[in-house]
Design a protein around this ligand. Sequence first.
Ligand code: SAM
Length: 329
Amino acid sequence: MIDPFGRRISYLRVSVTDRCDFRCVYCMAEDMTFLPKADLLTLEELDRLCSVFVAKGVRKLRLTGGEPLVRRNVMSLIRSLSRHLKSGALEELTLTTNGSQLARFAGELAECGVRRLNVSLDTLDAAKFREITRWGDLDKVLAGIDAAQAAGLHIKINAVALKGVNDEEIPALIDWSHGRGMDLTLIEVMPMGEIGVGRIDQYLPLSMVRANLERRYTLTDLPDNTGGPARYVRIAETGGRLGFITPMTHNFCEACNRVRITCTGTIHTCLGQEDATDLRAPLRASNDDALVSEAIDRAIGTKPKGHDFIIDRRHNRPSVSRHMSVTGG
Ligand code: SAM
């Protein structure tokens, strides 16, 4: 699968549910309306759709959400998809999770061949954690991370940099993550979906964060670039890696190798644009995969060059109407 700009698409991110057991203030409005269950692809349909992508050249599959581990029976999907790891068709099967259910599922995930997880965690302060997530319990997430590490899973922590909320705490997050052998990636907040507050009140440019960190740590740029949007540094004092995902201050769309599908079977070929193509109808129209395969090719043929997120006083509204929970980041 090659898009109009010559980028090979080898990475699929799948939002298996739009529901979540948290309501992070930068991700969702407090009162979210979720999709009716009848609109969702079944787990069997998700498996089939993912398998079509694998047959077309996807080498890395990431399940996300909403919260992927709150979808009922999601482990049966993961177990089934793991056949593509065994066959060698897929290099990696992984998840992005808020960690709330990890204590329960970590062992099974490892058994299914999952090797790495991204866990989203913006603060280590329990009261602040509750404020950010509205509903979350920090102790449960920390227990989930313990369980995942005990099961041998490699964890990367993702933290959204939030002005006036966790900016002071970033060194503590670095020391804690690196002290436990985990990479940490910082993410700029993106103007996706109506959340009831202006983005300007949340947005903290990572260029500023980096300048502050350089007063405290020795940062060395690392050449390793996984094709993703993060740029990494090594921190001499901790020995660990710190990533920066900077869709606002600097995007890396030229190397984008990914597309996203939602739990209703819509493909979005760019996180930051409104482009969308339905794959559910062609999937359901025939047991043969030819129709859906053609629909995927058509969608990839329209992949935009990149996103144009802006947050400033004049652009304090969503750039993209859908919430991050629709595509899972
Ligand atoms: N529930 C899972 C989790 O918490 O990781 C997966 C879905 S969540 C939408 C994926 C990631 O997107 C999380 O790291 C979250 O912090 C991040 N995120 C959500 N809304 C965002 C926004 N507007 N800008 C930047 N990152 C956002």
